[in-house]
Design a protein around this ligand. Structure first.
Ligand SMILES: Nc1ncnc2c1ncn2[C@@H]1O[C@H](COP(=O)(O)OP(=O)(O)O)[C@@H](O)[C@H]1O
Ligand SMILES: O=P(O)(O)O[C@H]1O[C@H](CO)[C@@H](O[C@H]2O[C@H](CO)[C@@H](O)[C@H](O)[C@H]2O)[C@H](O)[C@H]1O
Length: 462
């Protein structure tokens, strides 16, 4: 690896100025760009690290840039989201890299060069793996490796093309590196939880092998995590849809998923603190759900007729806590659905992507929660699959629900169905989140959570 130079944001104003017009156009088009719908009006360079010398045939910059966007009316002042970029610099792009093009630079230190999304390219992706293998410190970037883990040489990288919130590179079907795109300071649960689970001996999660961090203005940023690649694994969503299309039962898989979820929860409860939630905390939990309902009815008018009935699911939870009922809270997955579960060819289930709901602040995502929140996420997912099929199959979802809860109880000793008020509140909250998500991202899918909302509104638990 060539000698590296770290440029501070102020030390290299020319670099960002030369990239600025290209990034303004390119960044909002990326699947992982979080600020969709608002133009990018400028950038601040947070950090720049030269990983391959830019005056050679192939240069490589690691950049952290803050994207400025106009605020929506009523929004809190916000400095802009910080994104991680790997920018390749060449004289011209070979045809195989055409899809990676960011643009041709016509001013500043890179004038006359072509810049592109370097993760598409073999050498830049290799540089990251080599740095992890050697636990390199390059400028402000720290590449760490879990003691005792080996990363062999010669693994050929390929960029994962699936739609995702971040970007992943698979190395020779041995490792997968997830590079986080919108990065925030603090302990990131996508590294924290799998590491804690692996150290606890839980084998339902691919154990982090290595990771990439930066220290900026005294604050840690997790930038990427390398894990073993589960070769030939299928995700739960694809499997469920396949079985549904064939008219096949998914009960055995749902039960295994329930067992896997409980194994992860019990290991998390051993590894990290648990707390008891009394009336005040449960009232806060219910208030949060009510606030989300109110915001959702503004964003999705179709929710409005159901709002009073949905509201009663949350007040029922607050009422139960007022009667002295106590709950336990612990660290959970935070965004569990069928797409976050991988089944290996040997038939084992693994849980991935512990980032939580990325739109929520990190502190909120790291708070202990009742495990029922994760369970509700999976139950909603069975319902989604059943209602995405050509002919809705509610009895299929009911069977999955029963099997999943039984599997969960077999391992944890606690059946989530014995807490119907909390379960209903969490499922309602999730379905409301989904209605907002679908209205914003996939309007054609809005009827799926709306069908559940209509059902919840019609069936009062009390
Ligand atoms: N350890 C792994 N083995 C095999 N495939 C994986 C692994 N981790 C993730 N994937 C694949 O990569 C995709 C994206 O991973 P995920 O962690 O969900 O990223 P994102 O946060 O960007 O959505 C997953 O849907 C899955 O198909
Ligand atoms: O995959 P992410 O963690 O970014 O989650 C977001 O996108 C999901 C869709 O890709 C969305 O999940 C919803 O649709 C799924 C089917 O596509 C279904 O299995 C889930 O149960 C349903 O919530 C998720 O809500 C959103 O946060």
């Amino acid at each position: 690896m060539a000698e590296t130079v770290t440029l501070s944001g102020t030390a290299s104003p020319g670099l960002l100025a030369s990239l600025d017009p290209l990034l303004r156009e390119w960044l909002p088009r990326q699947r992982w760009f979080a600020g969709k719908g608002r133009p990018v009006t400028g950038f601040t360079l947070v950090a720049a690290t030269e990983l391959l010398p830019v005056d050679s045939r192939l240069g490589l910059y690691h950049l952290l840039v803050r994207a400025h966007q106009p605020l929506t009316i009523g929004a809190e002042p916000h400095p802009g989201d910080c994104y991680q970029l790997l920018i390749g610099v060449r004289e011209a792009l070979p045809p195989r890299l055409a899809p990676a093009l960011i643009g041709h630079v016509d001013q500043g230190p890179l004038a006359g060069r072509t810049v592109y999304e370097a993760l598409h390219d073999t050498r830049p992706a290799e540089v990251l793996l080599e740095a992890m293998r050697s636990q390199a410190r390059i400028g402000g970037l720290c590449f760490e490796k879990e003691p005792g883990r080996q990363i062999r040489t010669g693994l050929v990288p390929r960029l994962v093309t699936a739609e995702q919130s971040n970007s992943s590179v698979v190395y020779g079907d041995t490792f997968i590196l997830k590079l986080l795109r919108r990065v925030v300071p603090g302990v990131n649960p996508d590294l924290e939880l799998p590491l804690a689970l692996a150290r606890e001996g839980c084998s339902r999660v691919p154990a982090p092998t290595a990771w990439l961090q930066a220290e900026l203005s005294g604050e840690p940023y997790v930038l990427g995590v390398l894990q073993p690649y589960l070769q030939g694994a299928s995700d739960g969503w694809e499997l469920a849809l396949r079985e549904l299309a064939k008219g096949e039962d998914f009960g055995a898989e749902a039960r295994a998923l329930g067992r896997a979820t409980a194994e992860v929860h019990t290991a998390l409860a051993r590894a990290l603190p648990t707390v008891t939630l009394g009336h005040t905390q449960m009232q806060l939990l219910a208030d949060g759900m009510i606030e989300r309902l109110e915001a959702a009815t503004q964003a999705v008018p179709a929710l409005r007729p159901y709002a009073p009935a949905l509201h009663s699911a949350f007040t029922a939870l607050a009422d139960l806590s007022a009667e002295g009922h106590l709950w336990t809270a612990q660290r959970i997955h935070g965004d569990l659905h069928l797409g976050q579960c991988l089944r290996s060819p040997a038939g084992q289930w693994w849980l991935i992507d512990f980032e939580g709901e990325p739109s929520k602040p990190l502190a909120e995502r790291r708070m202990p929660q009742p495990v029922v929140r994760d369970i509700a996420g999976m139950l909603r997912s069975f319902d989604y699959a059943a209602h995405s099929a050509a002919a809705p199959a509610p009895e299929w979802a009911d069977a999955c629900r029963a099997a999943y809860c039984s599997g969960y109880a077999e391992v944890s000793g606690r059946d989530p169905r014995t807490d119907p008020v909390l379960l209903r509140a969490c499922e309602t909250d999730k379905a409301i989140y989904e209605a907002v998500y679908e209205a914003r991202h996939r309007p054609d899918w809005l009827p799926v959570p709306m069908a559940a909302i209509e059902r919840y509104a019609m069936t009062d638990l009390t």
